[in-house]
Every structure is written in C-alpha cells, then in structure tokens.
Design a protein around this ligand. Structure first.
Ligand code: NAD
Length: 494
C-alpha cells in the first residue's frame, strides 16, 4: 500500500445556506441542537447544522401533504420532465457534488465522481422516463368490465444511511416522485449535506414547492416522521436493529414499507474461476468505499484448489491500494466515515485475531490524522467466528475454504441475512445452478456489486423487504384502485 501524491482538489463550500430544505427553500433553525459535520480525512468540522425540532418536522410534513394532490394531478410526462431536468443538472455539477460527497463521507473522489451523484442522476432519468407509462389495466367481463388505476400512496418518508448519501436520497426520491407521491427525506446525521443539494437541484429543475423536503436529525427525528398519521409509506436504508424499530412503528399505522438493511453476503469462488476476475470481484466487494457497503461479499468462500493462488494474488493487488487524502484523485482507499465506525471495525479485527483467524494483511490503525485503517484480509476463517457471522461494515475480508459445491451453498446460506451473493466460475451451468440456490435478493455471476438502476435491488430474510430501482420500485410507491363497471341491469334477490 502506498501513500498518495500531494495534489488534492479544491474543497467545495460545505456549510449550507440552511440545515433543512422545506417547501422549496433552505430553512435554518437557530434553536435546534447543533449537528457538526466532520471531514473523515482529518477529523475537522466542515459544517454545523441543526437537528430538526418538532416545529420543523411539522413544517416539512405539512408542506409535503399540501403539495401532494397537485403533484399527483400533473401528467406523468410533466413530472418526468422535471426529474430528467434534475438529472441533467446533477451531471453538469457532478464534479462539485462529488467533492462535497467526498468531504461528507471520506470516500475517495476517484469513487464519488463515478458512483455517487451520477447513479443518483441515473435514477432520476430512469424514473423520469417511466413516469408517463405508469398505468393500470382493463379486464373485459362480458359487457361489464373492471379497470384498475395505479395511484400514488401520498406522503412518503425516506430515511438514509451514511454510506451513499446522494445515491440513497435519489433512489428513494426518484420513484416516489415519478409516481406522484411527495417526500420528506431525512439523511443520516453523519452525512447530511448532499440531500440538501438534491432538494436545491430539484427546485431549480422546476419541482413544485413541498414535493421534496429534507429535514436533518438523528433517530429521534426519524422516529417522529415515521409515526406521523399523514405518512403513507416509509423507506429506510439502515441497519437491521433500526429496521426492526422503523418497521414496527410503521406497522402501528399500517403504512407501506421498504426496508434496505444490512448483510453478510457470500461470494463463492470455484477452482475453475478466472483468478484475476475473482480477486477483482473480492476487492470491489470488500474494499470499495472502505468496505462500507451493505451488499459487500464479506464471506469469501474459496475452493481448496485455488486458495493459495487466490490469497497470494489478493495480497499482491491490495499492495497497490493508494491510501490517502480522498480529495486527491490518485487516492483509491480513504478513511472510514467516523471515529465510532473505525473503533467498531478495529474491534472486529481484534475479535478475528482472538478467535484464531489468520490476518494475512492490513487491519492496522494508520498513524495519521483522520479515521484511517489498512484493508484487512483474514484467512483460515471458520463459520462460527464473529467476523464470519456479524456485519462489520468496514474493510475486512474473511476467506473461508470449501471442497464441494453442496457444502459451499449450505454454508453460504447459513446466515439470517440475504442481501447479495456472488459466484465466480467459468462453468456456465454451475454459475446459474449455484446462484439459483443462494438465498439472496441481489446476485452476481462473474461480477460483484454492480447495481445499475435497471436491476431490482434489495434483500431477503433479515436484509429487508421491497425493492429499489427497476420497474419493481413502481409497485412499492403506488397502490391499485379497482373499479367494477356494470353495463346491464342490477339484479338483486329481493
Ligand atoms: P443506522 O441503522 O444506524 O441508521 C440509518 C438511518 O436510520 C439514519 O438516518 C438514522 O438516523 C435513522 N434512525 C435510527 N434510529 C431510528 C428510529 N428509531 N426511527 C427512525 N429512524 C431512525 O444505519 P447506518 O449506520 O447509518 O448505516 C449502516 C447500515 O445501513 C448497515 O447495516 C448497512 O448494511 C445498511 N445499509 C443498507 C443498504 C441497503 O440498501 N440494503 C445500503 C446502505 C447501508
């Protein structure tokens, strides 16, 4: 691993005009509890926002309720045009938005410039394109007939995690708005900045006031939003413990939910796999965004025959990771998002050592300011070890070895999670056979962590309910009204 060159990009302005964005404008709340925003690369405070108090939550929900009927009454073509215009503005401002995302999350600019705002723009473009073709159906029943109308749900609440702030905001807002809903979005309190930019850009693109609102704050603010009787749907991206609470609170009002939760996904690498593709997949599926990705394939099951070559090649390629200032375009591995996350991940590394796994490389706190550690690879990991069972959400890859296909499938499925799974093999039949038997929502064959907007994304088991992206998301932001039309005399028994 090497340290970077010293040519960081210019820092963007990080203090927003106001902490919240409600009814088409920035809103400050000088009385709110302070919410400092920390740059993970050096621990400095780059902005100070406020947690929303009850008045702000009320303002946002009232604005979203007021705006919803008129927004739903617009044609899909009109709604879609605004979303697509916002996608264009995001692309034009991608460089600035990417630098902001880098400062908010600590992820290297090299990543944010291709994966964050741009994937958000993809979602706005895709759902903007679909908005005009959201329809019900017609069923002829003799002379009578039934038709169904696909209607919006109403006011939706979106709650985000901190790893992909802009992408998460767009993945929720784009389908919700395309379907005629309005939204109050609460970003993670750790990374509150880019959702405000999305609100600003949507307003610039012509979105009517109140259709998309952002309020800041921690779980208490999220909880106030989820419990409000005006809310028809809640979409959460977060951990399983938070998912349980939010799902239960939503159940109180029989609200619709989408739950995008955590994972402990398996990656199965067979002897016949292309070695470099498999190593590349393991790197993408464990160390991109410093390992802070829900769908990461953190349990890497490697067949015995290819194991030594795999470990050698992985350690060698990790040696080329460029660790450093995330605003330096040559940096390919940045800090973790916060001190708390770093402490948690280092705790897992210690647990791996204590329980007898072999640390092949990395896992050290780096001697520099900011929340840096080196990417860790453990070998000789067994199924019952803590690092093989619990979601770490950091740059820690566990290698487990296996002999037969049946054994690998059974062990891969022995987890309460089911977000993602990957298979590396040159055998076409085996690739499809194995992926067919893995309990996961988002699967990959000879690839990993590619999540284009065209593909449904989401988990099974504890990893969640519902799907984001693709046409499937339309189902989760609409409900059907059916209308029976009688064309003949009404026959009654008396
Ligand atoms: P978290 O669960 O701590 O917080 C998620 C969000 O929920 C935050 O905005 C938080 O303020 C809010 N929240 C917390 N308590 C709440 C409550 N009682 N009511 C309403 N809102 C509440 O998660 P995190 O640490 O921000 O993110 C990491 C987790 O997110 C990991 O488990 C990761 O796997 C998961 N994640 C999942 C996906 C996915 O698409 N499946 C994507 C990214 C992250």
């Amino acid at each position: 691993m090497s340290e970077t060159a010293k040519s960081p990009l210019e820092r963007p302005r990080t203090q927003p005009e106001g902490s919240h964005h409600i009814d088409g404008a920035y809103v400050a709340d000088a009385g709110g509890r302070p919410l400092p925003v920390i740059y993970p690369a050096d621990g400095s405070t780059i902005a100070t926002l406020e947690h929303a108090g009850p008045d702000l939550v009320e303002q946002a929900l009232a604005a979203a309720s007021r705006a919803q009927p008129a927004w739903a009454a617009m044609t899909g073509t009109e709604r879609g045009r605004i979303l697509r215009r916002a996608a264009e503005i995001i692309r034009e401002r991608n460089d600035e938005l990417s630098r902001l995302e880098t400062m908010d999350t600590g992820k290297p600019y090299q990543e944010t410039v291709v994966a964050d705002a741009t994937s958000g723009a993809d979602a706005l473009e895709y759902f903007g394109g679909l908005a005009a073709s959201i329809t019900g159906e017609h069923v002829q029943l003799g002379d009578d007939f039934v038709y169904s109308v696909r209607q919006p749900l109403g006011v939706c609440v979106g709650i985000g995690a901190w790893n992909y702030p802009m992408q998460i905001a767009c993945w929720k807002a784009a389908p919700a708005l395309a379907c005629g809903n309005t939204m109050v979005f609460k970003p993670s309190e750790t990374t509150p900045l880019s959702a405000l930019k999305l609100a600003e850009i949507l307003t610039e693109a012509g979105l009517p006031d109140g259709v998309f609102n952002v309020v800041q704050g921690d779980g208490a603010v999220g909880s106030a939003l989820v419990g409000d009787p005006r809310v028809a749907k809640v979409s959460l991206t977060g951990s399983v413990p938070t998912g349980r609470k939010v799902y239960a609170a939503a159940a109180e009002g029989i609200r619709h939910v989408t739950m995008e939760l955590g994972g402990k996904s398996p990656m199965l690498i067979f002897d016949d796999a292309d070695l470099d593709d498999a190593v590349g997949g393991a790197i993408l599926g464990n160390f991109y965004s410093s390992g802070q990705i829900c769908s990461n394939g953190t349990r890497v099951f490697v067949q015995k025959g290819i194991l030594p070559a795999f470990l050698d090649r992985l350690a060698e390629r990790l040696g080329h990771a460029v660790i450093g200032d995330p605003l330096d375009p040559t940096t390919s591995f940045g800090p973790l998002v916060s001190q708390a996350q770093l402490d948690q991940v280092l705790g897992f590394v210690q647990a791996g050592r204590d329980e007898g796994a072999r640390l092949v490389t990395g896992g050290e706190r780096l001697d520099r300011e900011g929340f840096y550690m080196s990417p860790a690879v453990f070998a000789d990991v067994t199924d019952e070890m803590t690092i093989a069972r619990e979601e770490i959400f950091g740059p820690v890859l566990s290698v487990l070895s296996f002999e037969t296909e049946e054994e690998a499938i059974a062990r891969a499925n022995a987890t309460p999670y089911g977000l993602a799974a990957g298979v590396f093999t040159r055998d076409l039949r085996r690739g499809h056979r194995v992926i067919g038997k893995l309990d996961a929502g988002s699967c990959f064959i000879n690839a990993y962590n590619l999540t284009p907007v065209e593909a449904p994304f989401g988990g099974v088991k504890l990893s969640g309910v519902g799907r984001e992206n693709s046409r499937a998301a339309i189902e989760h932001y609409t409900q059907l009204k059916s209308v029976y039309v009688g064309m003949g005399p009404v026959e009654a028994p008396y």
